[in-house]
Design a binder for this molecule. Structure first.
Ligand SMILES: C[S@@+](CC[C@H](N)C(=O)[O-])C[C@H]1O[C@@H](n2cnc3c(N)ncnc32)[C@H](O)[C@@H]1O
Length: 216
């Protein structure tokens, strides 16, 4: 959607993801937001058979899922015209989340989620080694910057997002019983964590979000 706004109505964007569920959600959002210059395909970027090249390939949190991120970038380069751009938004989950004052439950949840993700493979630390990954892919050195989401108070995006991730990645670490009982226990945990953070007036800082881009 962000890219669709950048290229304007005369441009064209193709969103690619092998997950049919993700593509269904994206299509629905696109209709709801009235964008007509985006189409979506259930496919993989690295094996996508394009009939023409693109001005840019843009990926957010896709390298973290690759066994070999450099190989993925090498394959993605083939989709971009000479002088075009490869741009990424990634993170390194090993940098850790911070809270001041410390909210112990938040760190327990973050550690369980990150341990599970790191054990599953992929490249969940890739946001911290993008320069090397670009070099290994034979790409020109990228320009980079990072931003960190910092929040506090009742209206946070990070805490609900952490709980959704916990629900998806390792619910059995936090709860047991039937599916409904597990969900109810996780709901309670989410409420307790949110109110503890709020009562302590804790400042919560997520891992840096690192963007890197280069021209090919
Ligand atoms: C954390 S989600 C990010 C989704 C979306 N890019 C965003 O930023 O909201 C990671 C997504 O990468 C997708 N993915 C993994 N390997 C891929 C590949 N080779 N080509 C395209 N998408 C891929 C997964 O299916 C998943 O939907």
């Amino acid at each position: 959607m962000l890219i669709a706004d950048l290229v304007g109505p005369a441009g064209q964007v193709i969103g690619i993801d092998p997950s049919a569920k993700a593509i269904d959600t994206a299509r629905l959002r696109c209709v709801q937001l009235g964008r007509s210059n985006v189409e979506f395909l259930v496919d993989r970027v690295d094996t996508y058979d394009a009939s023409a090249t693109f001005d840019a390939a843009v990926c957010r949190y896709v390298l973290i899922h690759q066994v070999d991120p450099s190989e993925f970038l090498r394959a993605t380069r083939r989709l971009v015209r000479p002088g075009g751009v490869i741009a990424l938004h990634e993170m390194d989950i090993t940098r850790g989340i911070q809270s001041y004052p410390r909210v112990p439950r938040l760190h327990e949840i973050y550690d369980a989620v990150t341990d599970t993700l790191l054990r599953a493979g992929g490249a969940f630390d890739v946001g911290g080694r993008l320069v090397r990954v670009f070099a290994d892919a034979g790409l020109p050195p990228p320009k980079l910057f990072s931003q960190t989401l910092v929040e506090g108070g009742e209206d946070t995006a990070l805490l609900p997002w952490m709980m959704e991730l916990a629900r998806e990645v390792c619910p059995q670490v936090f709860a047991d019983g039937t599916e409904a009982e597990i969900q109810a226990q996780i709901d309670t945990m989410a409420d307790l964590m949110q109110s503890a953070a709020c009562e302590m007036n804790s400042q919560i800082e997520f891992v840096p979000q690192t963007c890197a881009w280069t021209r090919v």
